[in-house]
Write a protein that binds this ligand. Structure first.
Ligand code: BGC
Length: 368
């Protein structure tokens, strides 16, 4: 049902966008819209952290480029990164309200703590669109990936890796930050596959998604379970997977057990190629970030029909019901589909992935 809605929304978006470009090409504005503003707009973008490279390498530059393209190069993006500090993000949000930006794209560090700031923006007449993480408070729309599906894909991959050993296998869970609602969805998706199938011997939430905490938690798991007795690690993203694998290696593991990840970070992809990391999940940053830029611009310009076409799904947050939303699908990334995913989408070149250290691993899977 939910997936049918997604497919329908995408189809509607395609129809609506092509219809719009026809109108544009003959020089008119969309007659169905009541534009509030022209192209000279400012989009405020609040991203949560820098420890994972996606935000500064993909999300921000793609949103910036798309906003410019959608506004004849006149629209601007004001960007701030909270570096995993909820207080800092509240201040940054307030600064954007004071600067009277036209719309805010918000990827919350702490979805609950930011709710009062969202309300302030709303009261100041500034729409807020939740980006990637569903912030609480009166937000206007939500754009993200299908986060529960991310967890399901990760969980299923571990079971596949363990094969007939699954029932006897001891699995450690390295989850994301408790203040990020996505982390709860990744965990729920993974548990829907793992529970009752493997033995979950330890489970940690990683404060602020920080590598240093993941390392400490992994050390704790090793001393509690025993290095040789950990058969697999569910790791919510590539940053945490790197920490888990490092800690296992430092402890002297003879063979790294299957470890999951997400984000297709460059070093994550390289670990998948070398066999240190079992899989990652590729989430198309161009799809998510472009749609976010479109939503922001349509909202400010009062292009309601196009806005609705992009947000055909509805989600609830703990504070608000029926939020118009869009969920972008995700893809498992393994050794055999690196070319079809990150290379084909222009995320990395083969040259970037296959550095000297990975030359022979790349050759072994025919990546050239
Ligand atoms: C994002 C992931 C990211 C994590 C840490 C999540 O909300 O969806 O892509 O790895 O936060 O920043």
């Amino acid at each position: 049902m939910r997936r049918a809605t997604i497919a329908l929304a995408s189809a509607m978006a395609a129809v609506s966008l092509s219809a719009c470009s026809v109108v544009d090409s003959i020089g008119g504005a969309d007659s169905s819209a009541s534009p509030k503003k022209g192209d000279d707009i400012t989009v405020g973008l609040l991203l949560p952290e820098k420890e994972n490279s996606r935000y500064e390498k993909f999300d921000y530059p793609i949103i910036k480029k798309q906003v410019a393209e959608l506004t004849n190069q006149k629209g601007k993006v004001t960007y701030a990164n909270a570096e995993a500090d909820p207080g800092k993000q509240n201040t940054q949000l307030q600064q954007m309200i004071d600067a009277k930006v036209d719309v805010i794209l918000l990827d919350a560090v702490d979805s609950k703590a930011i709710a009062s700031g969202v309300k302030k923006a709303k009261d100041a007449g500034i729409p807020v669109i939740a980006y990637d993480r569903l912030a609480q408070g009166p937000i206007d729309a939500y754009i993200s990936f299908d986060n529960e599906l991310v967890g399901e894909v990760q969980g299923r991959a571990l079971i596949e890796a363990l094969g007939t050993r699954a029932a006897k296998s001891k699995v450690v869970m390295m989850n994301g930050s408790a203040s990020d609602p996505n982390a709860a969805q990744f965990k729920a998706g993974a548990l829907s596959q793992l529970q009752g199938v493997v033995q979950i011997v330890k489970s940690y939430d990683t404060k602020g998604w920080k590598v240093k905490y993941a390392k400490a938690n992994m050390k704790d798991a090793i001393s509690a379970v025993g290095l040789g007795d950990i058969d697999a690690v569910y790791s919510a993203n590539d940053g945490l997977a790197g920490a888990v694998i490092d800690t296992l290696k430092t402890a002297g593991v003879s063979k790294v057990p299957p470890v999951t990840g997400q984000d297709a970070e460059l070093d994550g992809v390289q670990r998948v190629i070398s066999g240190d990391q079992y899989m990652s999940v590729y989430k198309s940053y161009p799809d998510e970030a472009s749609a976010a830029a479109e939503l922001a611009v349509y909202k400010v310009q009062g292009r309601g029909i196009e806005f609705e076409a992009l947000t055909g799904d509805l989600v609830d947050s703990p504070t608000n019901k029926g939020i118009p939303s869009r969920m972008v699908p995700v893809v498992t990334l393994k050794k055999d589909n690196i070319k079809e995913t990150v290379v084909q989408e222009g995320i990395y070149t083969v040259k970037q992935i296959c550095t000297d250290k990975y030359k022979s691993d790349c050759a072994a899977i025919g990546l050239k």
